[in-house]
Write a protein that binds this ligand. Structure first.
Ligand code: VGL
Ligand code: ZN
Length: 242
């Protein structure tokens, strides 16, 4: 794979195409630093009480993303925040299905669904953004998972794979080309958001140390494999130039 990429680049260079392939070759061959510009947006996914210690679906180390996100926020002219925002009795809750336990899976009309403890119920303190999150310049808060029968890990599209949240249109109408994804959880809402962002044509970076994972049955490794295969770039917060 490396050899093939090298040959491809050499050929491109020989043909004088290196400039045209600039970002491609840069990212493939150098770790490099990244500098968000006016066409970049930071997507802060589900940094809510439910996903940190004391919440209903705590992600290990979840609160540790807060200072990292606060630190990098200044580098972004555009910030979007999301909230998991379920109805009581939501279809993604194990409690809504007789005999089912949290962290098992069932088949719903739109496909497989992991069943979770009741979490992030609309209007509860559990669903509020983490109190230490400091994003005064954020311009949009998008809520998802509010249709009782359909989950929505992705900030772009519900799990039925046909109901858009509107985020793709919002970003495109505002001229955004690149999204940087941070928040919770790496292997669910962050990964689905990053993959859908790629599908919608955005350049996508996931800021690994600004995320934490649930890691259910190898889901974290599987998520990185899928994201990498789809061209999502894995970076650290320290790679971002303010
Ligand atoms: C999430 C499980 C259930 C997430 C949301 O934000 O990653 N995970 N609902
Ligand atoms: Zn949820």
């Amino acid at each position: 794979m490396h050899r093939r990429s090298f040959v491809a680049r050499s050929a491109a260079t020989a043909l004088g195409l290196a400039g045209g392939l600039g970002s491609l070759s840069l990212n493939a061959f150098a770790a490099g630093r990244v500098k968000p510009d006016g066409k970049s947006a930071l997507l802060v996914i589900d940094v809510q009480n439910c996903f940190v210690d004391g919440g209903t679906l705590p992600v290990k180390g979840g609160a540790e993303v807060v200072p990292v996100i606060n630190r990098i926020a200044g580098a972004f002219a555009n910030i979007v925040v999301t909230q998991d925002w379920h109805t009581p009795g939501h279809a993604s809750f194990a409690s809504a299905h007789a005999g089912q336990k949290p962290f098992s899976s069932i088949k719903l009309s739109y496909g497989n669904q992991v069943l979770w403890p009741d979490h992030c119920v609309q209007g509860t303190d559990d669903a509020a953004l983490h109190k230490d999150l400091q994003l005064p310049t954020a311009q949009l808060v998008i809520r998802k998972g509010f249709n009782k029968g359909v989950d929505s890990y992705s900030a772009f599209e519900e799990a039925d794979r046909k109901t858009p949240t509107g985020l793709g249109g919002y970003l495109k109408q505002r001229g955004i080309r690149t999204v940087y994804v941070a928040g919770l959880a790496t292997d669910f809402c962050v990964a689905w958001t990053a993959l859908d962002a790629r599908k919608a044509g955005f350049e996508v970076y996931v800021i690994e140390d600004a995320t934490r994972a649930i890691d259910l049955n190898g889901s974290l490794a599987a998520a990185w494999k899928q994201m990498t295969a789809k061209g999502v770039r894995r970076i650290q917060s320290g790679d971002i130039d303010a």
